[in-house]
Design a protein around this ligand. Sequence first.
Ligand SMILES: *Cc1c(COP(=O)(O)O)cnc(C)c1O
Length: 359
Amino acid sequence: MKPFPRAEIRLGALTHNLRQLKTLAPESRVLAIVKANAYGHGLLNVARHLDGEADGFGVARLEEALALRKGGVKGRVLLLGGFFIAEDLPTLVEHKIDTVVHHESQLEMLEQVQLDTPVNVWLKVDSGMHRLGFVAENFDAAYQRLLQCPNVASAVQLMTHFSRADEPEQKYTEYQLKVFDDLTATLPGDRSIANSAGTLFWPASRRDWIRPGIALYGISPMTGDVGSNHGLQPAMELKSRLIAVRDHKSGQPVGYGGYWHASRDTRVGVVAIGYGDGYPRNAPEGTPVWVNGRRVPVVGRVSMDMLTVDLGPDAADAVGDDVLLWGEALPLEEVAEHVGTIAYELMTTLMVRVAVCFE
Ligand SMILES: *Cc1c(COP(=O)(O)O)cnc(C)c1O
């Protein structure tokens, strides 16, 4: 018997999505973003599968980068948040890991350290996110310091990150592009701007390297949209099964707090997944769950190990039947909207209790 709950990862969908994004940006190389355990899909399995097909990988933490190298991943690896302490710099060199430089403190560490080989640096422009990166006034000085630093490989690569690219009507993305281009137009080195939303919605942002994350996993970054609108396939199917099917009388409550009362005699199904697996506890009544070819609503409170659904008075569903929480038949984007969060959060907060299976 297959374990449940389980996240079935379709490696073929990852390849498909990567190729789909390459069709959109044929001139760009692809830095596949695999931070946060490849958005919950399994860091090493995803990266090994895409190694070669993607030109490199983006991660947030040094531990993630080292896991890729220890796992035999050959492609370029970029530390998106940069290094945090000087002691990490020799490690970057040893394992051929590129780093983002986004802050003055990193320039100082680079200038003071002794390295055998220079490290490959992506200088980050703060074009409007105002989180990481050098603002226009400080950019030239930072760039010159990197050029002069013997611990930094030439050429310095250039990057920035969008804050509102998932809003195609928003002028702010055009503003960010202009800030970046005004600062970097005359400089050598590769450029990287586009995340998934940039890649999908802002053709002008597809430069030497695109950095898709969520789209690689088949999910749209835009509210009200789904990946299939862009020819993407969801890579994760979150599945469990019915562990009880019960006759439920009109007026009876279900679950902790007794929040929901049936308005008619019905059948209630109990699904073996809960917030202890990472299914959101705040999923409200009506959040869809896919059972035997139809959507049925969550009713009552999601508990730690299970949740309850209203299967309807005539339901023929039985204990042991498969349940899909999200996947191809039930888009994660739709579930996230019911819950009042984003698909990113739901896929990255699955717990270790969920078995991850690769197909
Ligand atoms: C996470 C991240 C991405 C990928 O973002 P998506 O919206 O998932 O495509 C790209 N660039 C940087 C710097 C990131 O931190």
